[in-house]
Design a protein around this ligand. Structure first.
Ligand code: CUK
Ligand code: CUA
Length: 865
């Protein structure tokens, strides 16, 4: 622990802040605060969000990437970005859209035969069990091209894209029902369900809105299209939805705007849409019983097929008492069901109020068939006042809501006021307001829309970031602002610039609920989760030809691609199946063939396919695109494309001096000797690992397995080396010996990491002082000359406290002022031996004390070094 941080934590834990800061008065912290112009509050906020190296966040956020068509993943409270998940747009660095498997997924999103390579992601949703997030699947919609994608949270990769066959846009998705039975997707801009032209003058007759209920198989994590259906709705522009839960389970709610059914026409002298679409004081909240409608959708008599998709008409829905409307304040934007399912909050963005509807009241009105009338399409309308629990004046432009772990507590974004308001939806009281910068859209609470909200933080997803960041041109980054909601009043902690599209909505889940894979079973096609047909193991690499079709079965492992030479004819169709043979964590290899616009990212165990027509002649290097090892640059090969109709004249061979047999033999022996020495080091590590029962510790055992993956390849190479030597090809034998050395280096690399990890696990616990000492030792540069357990350019410090009389004092003095002791006979001898003088590293007295503690800890564990 660094000095600064330990002070900082005292500061944060301190009873009264002012007193603690004053006591830190003379310290490092105050110096830094002064230098950087930080206030006490800044420092506290920093401490609340700071994640030390190697630390983990409590929550993980999935944010829509808006017009980037992706999903962004980051941690809370650190706001560190962890991943961009490729969804509706090609993402070259992950090979998404550049290898065959992911292309297939991206192409599931084709609409009417057209390739679509962008998307406008809005609302991510995590699959639920009893209304609580289960951390298994993430769904997200594309508003521009009505589609839903499913992402597997076992590897954070997109698995499925489905196209809505009847909508022409889809904003209000994705929302899971409480047990992930269905995913709700509401259309936004009403349009004809069929794909024909219909004049806008026939808007009321032929244009339709609706909600699609996508049947979800929560086990497989796939939407089942044939079991899904759409509820026809009037051409009001259905906006956001939410599924009922608890007491309202089985029902769903969707709000709308433009119940005026205005269709604009500036060019024909009409006022613009914005005027006509917000004329009425109220729009309609749509209330429908999806549980009942899903049963109806199983009988042919209740639906019609449009574009191969089931549609239940409004008439059928109404006849079965499954569809109702309730007035809501004009042009609303959010509809959010409380954790228990009893209260439904709708905010009108042109109304200063939030309206809280009460499910039991709505249910009673439905049961009593107590309607105030019907809309032009015959849908019964419930009385607004009788359905309401109450309304609260919040401020200008209320949009979206999130819940916390405190009963009745709700947070609402105020778009126009640029504020977050904390209020209580039970007693309808405003509790607190916090300014944000600027024009907030959605809020993201921690599991804030589930049945089990966690409280602690709210993230404000702002539309503008005018004065928050370094300017990068007229287009500013987006701004996610983290707010602490654990206190009585809110506290804005952190601004995170997002260099991506407009992130509409984000969902947060406890990190402990996510259990992603470390590696794939060997030969996995990650797009299906099954074994890939091109799976290739070491020794099975080959090139097959069938007419003009060339199929390459290739493997990748540090640090070579097998095969390394591929020759094809111009015009051949080349398919390459690539298997990453690694089992080691994070040992990804990338693959590309220059000039051919292909790329694959192969995670450990993955098999992926790239395909291209070799339509240009020439020599094309292919290589691994991830810096995977010290010999990553050497991880390459050549694709040679020759024109079968051309005659090639071979080049005059260059005459070069070659080595004599004696010289070759000398090199061979030297190489073997180096290998033997390296093996001895490996064996000593292995002995240490075995003696200290590495198998008892999972982390260490996994590293050892990785190491032996490399080591196990040595005998085969040795055989080849020996055979070459026997056949008199010393040069080849040297090359194979070099390969052995490469394998040994990789083994040793992981082996030593395993040893270090094991030492940490079995050594005695360090005191905090010893911990500080180790850090000072490292940062002070002591390690440059002293390696613990080994004599290097300076003496081994194991046992140094036994080597001198009054040793602690002796060593302290030596660290603090070495020059003074250069004439001490012992020191003189050392200087002569190492030909080096111990330099003055200007350690403080405290640091020196800590280093002594560290040295004591080393002595306690001397047998481990
Ligand atoms: S929307 Cu963007 S702020 Cu698409 Cu949910 Cu409300
Ligand atoms: Cu594999 Cu670089």
């Amino acid at each position: 622990m660094s000095k600064t941080f330990s002070k900082l934590s005292t500061l944060v834990l301190g009873t009264t802040l002012a007193a603690t800061v004053a006591s830190a008065g003379t310290g490092e912290l105050e110096k830094i605060m002064k230098k950087r112009g930080l206030t006490e509050n800044d420092v506290i906020r920093a401490a609340k969000t700071y994640l030390p190296t190697g630390g983990r966040d409590e929550f993980v956020v999935f944010s829509s990437g808006g017009q980037s068509g992706q999903v962004m993943v980051y941690g809370v409270p650190s706001m560190k970005i962890l991943k961009y998940i490729a969804v509706f747009t090609p993402e070259p660095w992950q090979g998404y859209g550049f290898d065959e498997g992911s292309k297939k997924i991206l192409r599931q999103g084709n609409i009417r035969g057209r390739e679509i390579n962008w998307g406008d992601t809005h609302h991510p949703a995590i699959s639920e069990v009893n209304g609580e997030y289960d951390g298994k699947w993430l769904a997200i919609n594309d508003k521009a091209n009505p589609r839903i994608a499913i992402i597997d949270l076992a590897d954070f990769e997109t698995r499925q894209i489905v196209v809505n066959p009847v909508f022409k846009s889809a904003h209000g998705g994705a929302f899971f029902t409480q047990n992930s039975e269905y995913i709700i997707e509401a259309c936004q801009y009403a349009a004809p369900f069929d794909n024909n032209y219909h004049p806008i003058e026939e808007y009321k007759e032929t244009y339709r809105g609706g909600v699609t209920m996508w049947k979800f198989d929560a086990k497989k994590g796939r939407i089942i299209e044939k079991d899904s259906y759409t509820i026809e709705m009037p051409p009001y522009m259905q906006d956001l939805s939410d599924a009922g839960k608890g007491v309202s389970h089985g029902w769903a709610f969707t709000n709308s705007f433009n119940t005026e059914m205005y269709t604009g026409g500036i060019e024909v002298g009409m006022p613009p849409n914005e005027a006509g679409m917000s004329r009425f004081d109220t729009d309609f909240l749509h209330v429908y019983n999806w549980e009942k409608l899903s049963k109806l959708a199983q009988n042919k008599a209740n639906y019609t097929m449009i574009n191969g998709h089931k549609v239940i008409s409004m008439k059928t829905a109404v006849a079965n008492d499954a569809f109702f409307l309730i007035p809501e304040p004009k042009s609303p934007h959010g509809v959010d069901v409380s954790p228990d399912g009893e209260y439904i909050t709708v905010c009108g963005k042109l109304d200063t109020h939030a309206s809280v509807y009460k499910w039991s009241k709505i249910k009673a009105l439905i049961k009593a068939k107590d309607y105030v009338g019907k809309d032009p399409y015959g849908i019964p309308i419930l009385d607004m006042k009788k359905s309401l629990h109450g309304q609260v004046e919040l401020g200008l432009g209320p949009l979206h809501n999130q819940y916390s772990n405190v009963k009745g507590e709700i947070y609402t974004s105020l778009y126009v006021d640029s504020q977050i308001v904390k209020w209580n939806y039970l007693d309808l009281k405003v509790l607190d307001k916090e300014n944000v910068h600027y024009n907030v859209g959605h809020l993201c609470g921690m599991e804030g829309k589930s049945a089990d909200p966690q409280g602690k933080y709210i993230i404000s997803l702002n539309k503008l970031a005018i004065d928050r960041f370094q300017s990068v041109g007229p287009l500013h980054p987006q701004n996610h602002q983290l707010i602490d909601i654990s206190g009585k009043t809110m506290d804005l902690l952190y601004d995170m610039p997002v260099p991506l599209g407009e992130p509409h909505q984000a969902v947060a889940i406890r990190a402990s609920k996510l259990h992603p894979h470390v590696r794939y079973p060997m030969g996995t096609d990650v797009t299906t989760g099954k074994q890939h047909k091109g799976k290739t193991l070491a020794g099975q690499e080959r090139i097959e030809r069938d007419g003009n079709k060339v199929t390459v079965y290739a493997t990748m492992v540090r640090s070579h691609i097998n095969p390394e030479r591929i020759t094809v004819n111009k015009g051949d169709i080349v398919t390459m199946h690539l298997t990453n043979l690694e089992r080691a964590q994070d040992e990804t290899h990338g693959f590309t063939v220059d000039h051919y616009n292909v790329h694959a990212s192969l995670e450990p165990g993955e098999t992926a396919t790239i395909k291209f027509e070799a339509d240009i002649e020439g020599v094309f290097p292919y290589y691994c695109t991830e810096f995977c090892s010290a010999l990553h640059l050497e991880m390459m090969g050549y694709l040679m494309v020759k024109d079968p109709n051309k005659k090639y004249v071979s080049a005059q061979k260059l005459k070069m001096k070659t080595m004599t047999k004696t010289e070759l033999m000398a090199e061979y022996k030297k190489t073997v000797a180096v290998n033997d020495a390296t093996e001895a080091v490996i064996m000593s590590v292995v002995k240490f690992l075995k003696e200290n029962k590495f198998g008892d510790h999972k982390v260490v055992a996994e590293l050892v397995t990785d190491a032996f993956d490399q080591f196990g390849q040595i005998p085969a190479q040795k055989k080849l080396s020996d055979a070459a030597l026997k056949a008199g090809d010393i040069e080849k034998a040297i090359l194979f010996e070099n390969m052995i050395w490469q394998l040994m280096v990789k083994t040793a690399d992981v082996g030593i990491r395993a040893k270090d990890a094991l030492v940490r696990l079995i050594s005695t616990k360090q005191t905090t002082s010893a911990q500080r000492g180790e850090k000072a030792f490292g940062e002070g540069g002591c390690g440059g000359c002293h390696v613990i357990g080994k004599v290097s350019s300076g003496p081994d410090l194991t046992g140094v406290l036994q080597r001198h009389e009054n040793a602690e004092k002796w060593v302290s003095n030596f660290i603090l002022d070495p020059e003074k002791m250069y004439n001490d006979p012992y020191v003189k001898g050392m200087i002569n031996y190492f030909n080096l003088k111990m330099p003055n590293q200007h350690m403080s007295k405290d640091e020196t004390k800590d280093i002594i503690e560290y040295l004591k800890w080393i002595d306690e564990n001397a047998n481990l070094f």
